[in-house]
Every structure is written in structure tokens, then in C-alpha cells.
Design a protein around this ligand. Structure first.
Ligand code: SAH
Length: 341
């Protein structure tokens, strides 16, 4: 275990680790609290531990990243590029409101799904993130804002359901060790066959967000290459299972791309598709990505689309754009940095 980072370990696992070194169990509680509540980056910082043991612990990695770039926007949103142990860089975003501090976490370095409108998808996939690398993002935002994180959305770089085991381990740690309620966490997926069903079998109370983006299979395939191997009806059937097993409503994410999927007949089609489905539709005005060839619709068109949904009895809202002045869309900050590096 010495080579493993400590972050991600439960109190029981830390206790076993501490006892294996001939230390009393209560030392594990102290380490647990310093790691997850106080955000210790190094075990030698933990001043309540005996001096002699502490000096021996210097070589044990906690598993914290380094902030390579911090970019704040006028609305208070802060976007970070975090450098991992192997030098690769990921994005994390801290989004404050008066009531909440939400962290948008990455689950992979890059992403293999290659969605047409997504900056991360354009850069390819490097590797999956480990549980400590996911938990670290939350602790980094907590430390930087000097404020407790209340919500976590798995909407950063990567496809969480292609890294489900590690995402589940990170969720456990965020829930039990960091103390964030499962209902305050959202996993967002574009859909991977069989994986929503697998997630449902864990009976979590975590919100599932499904990135729909089109009201029919044909249009969806044009935006999302992986949709060719995952018919919309199969995706919706799995989403329905998630609702049945967990009792939780689904969020449907729908990016609005001007002239492509924001037409009135498409809104009507979307309303028909999700009618009666215990869900909420989040309309996300497209954040322009260089070279993607899409446009953000005008505010009037966005409102017209919303109106058709609400008049059709669909619960829907437009997601307010945050941090637009600092490359807010998924993967944009990293893409810009790589171009200028
Ligand atoms: N792979 C997962 C999670 C990461 S993307 C998923 O697809 O859901 C998180 C959300 O950001 C998705 O709904 C995605 O479609 C959206 N997104 C990606 N690029 C965007 C852009 N340029 N403008 C607006 N939303 C974008």
C-alpha cells in the first residue's frame, strides 16, 4: 500500500494501514480528518502525529495535484488546470452561488467519445482518472475557495460511464469521507451501452444526467459518433430503468446549436420523446468551440424553444452560462493552453 496515494481510502482502510505500522487506531481518525476536512497535502503537515513517525511518513503520497493555471471569471466561476502526478493536465471548475459551491470534475484525461461540438472530444483520450485524482479536484476547489463544497457534477472532461468503477469509488469517498450528500452529486453521460443499467444496480441517490442533444436517432448520430452503436430507444430504456430502480428523476441535457437542433419542430419532437418520463430538460446554449462550425442561437430562439417544451407540459429550464469569458465549455481552457504552449 505504500506506493498508493492515501486519498480515496476509507476510515477502515486507513485504520488497517495505521495498525500495520504498529500505531493505535485513533491515528487513522486524525489522518482521515486532516486529509478530507483540512486538506493536508503532505503527511508531515499533520502536526498531531508524533514527530518521529511523521518524519518516516514523508515519502507516502497523499495524491494531491498541483494548480498549473487558475482562471477566474467575473461571475466568480474559477477554472483550473490541474497537473497530475504523471504530468498530464485536466480541467476542474468551481462554480459559486450564494447558497452553493459546485465543482465540475473530470473523470478522464481527454475523452474518446469525439462529440462534434465538444472541445475535449477534439483532443482525443489519454487515460482514465483514478479515485484519488477525482477526489483531489473537489478538495482543491474547497481549499481555494476556503468554503465547503456542497455539490459535485461529473461534467468535466471525459465520459464517466467509461470509467465507472473508479467513478463509483470516488463517489463513495466524496460521500463518506468528504461528506457530500449523494443527492447533491450528478453523473452526466452521453450513454455507453449497458452502463446506465450497471450504475442503477448500485441503488445510489445520485442524479443521472443524460446528454441527449437531439430529438431523434438520425440527428443524434450526426453529433455523437458513439450513438451509431447505441439506439436512442435503448438509451431511453436504460434511463427508465435508472428511474425505476432509484426513484430519481433524470436530467436530460440538450445543447442548443443554432439552426441545427433548435428549430420549433425539433422542440415539439423532443417534447414528444420525453413526455411522461420523470425528468427535467436542461437546455444548454452552445459555447462556441473553435473549428466546430456551430453557432449559439439568439436569446429569442432559446426562449422560443423553451416555450414549446413548457407548453407541452415538459419541465425544462435554460442553463445559465457561467464563466463564458474564460473558455467555459468542457475542455476549452486546456485546448487553448495547448495551442499557445
Ligand atoms: N461525457 C459526459 C460528461 C462530460 S460533458 C457527457 O457527455 O454528458 C458535460 C456536458 O457538457 C454534456 O452535456 C456536454 O454535451 C456539454 N458540452 C460539451 N461541449 C459543450 C459546448 N461546447 N457547449 C455547451 N455544452 C457543451
Amino acid at each position: 500500500m505504500d506506493s498508493l496515494p492515501l486519498l480515496g481510502l476509507s476510515l477502515a482502510e486507513l485504520t488497517a494501514w495505521v495498525e500495520a505500522q504498529g500505531q493505535p487506531a485513533y491515528r487513522a481518525k486524525q489522518i482521515h480528518s486532516w486529509l478530507y476536512q483540512q486538506g493536508a497535502r503532505n503527511l508531515t503537515e499533520i502536526s498531531v502525529l508524533p514527530q518521529r513517525w511523521r518524519s518516516e511518513l514523508g515519502s507516502i503520497t497523499v495524491g494531491r495535484s498541483v494548480i498549473a493555471l487558475r482562471s477566474g471569471s467575473r461571475d466568480g466561476t474559477v477554472k483550473y488546470l490541474l497537473r497530475l502526478g504523471d504530468g498530464l493536465v485536466i480541467e476542474t471548475v468551481g462554480i459559486p452561488t450564494s447558497q452553493r459551491l459546485t465543482v465540475c470534475v473530470s473523470t478522464q484525461v481527454g475523452c474518446p467519445m469525439a462529440c462534434d461540438f465538444c472541445a475535449t472530444g477534439k483532443g482525443g483520450w489519454q487515460r482514465n482518472l483514478t479515485p484519488p485524482e477525482i477526489v483531489d479536484q473537489v478538495l482543491t476547489v474547497q481549499e481555494d475557495f476556503s468554503r465547503r463544497v456542497s455539490h459535485v457534477v461529473f461534467m468535466g472532461m471525459g465520459e464517466p460511464l467509461l470509467n465507472l468503477d473508479q467513478v463509483l469509488a470516488a463517489l463513495r469517498c466524496l460521500r463518506e469521507d468528504v461528506g457530500i450528500g449523494q443527492r447533491s452529486m450528478t453523473i452526466s453521460t452521453v450513454g455507453v451501452p449497458g452502463q446506465i443499467r450497471r450504475l442503477a444496480q448500485h441503488h445510489l441517490q445520485t442524479t443521472l444526467a443524460v446528454s441527449l442533444h437531439a430529438p431523434d436517432q438520425q440527428l443524434r448520430e450526426q453529433l455523437i459518433p458513439s450513438a451509431r452503436h447505441y439506439p436512442l430507444e435503448d438509451l431511453l430504456a436504460e434511463a427508465r430503468e435508472y428511474v425505476q430502480v432509484t426513484g430519481r428523476r433524470i436530467s436530460f441535457e440538450y445543447i442548443l446549436l443554432g439552426g441545427f437542433n433548435d428549430l420549433p419542430h425539433q422542440a415539439m419532437r423532443l417534447a414528444g420523446l420525453v413526455k411522461g418520463f420523470p425528468s427535467h430538460v436542461n437546455l444548454i446554449p452552445y459555447n462556441p468551440v473553435a473549428g466546430a462550425g456551430f453557432e449559439r442561437p439568439s436569446p429569442q430562439r432559446i426562449q422560443a424553444f423553451l416555450r414549446i417544451l413548457t407548453q407541452g407540459g415538459i419541465a425544462a429550464t435554460v442553463r445559465q452560462a457561467r464563466g463564458l469569458d474564460q473558455q467555459a465549455a468542457c475542455g476549452q481552457l486546456r485546448a487553448t493552453q495547448q495551442q499557445t504552449a
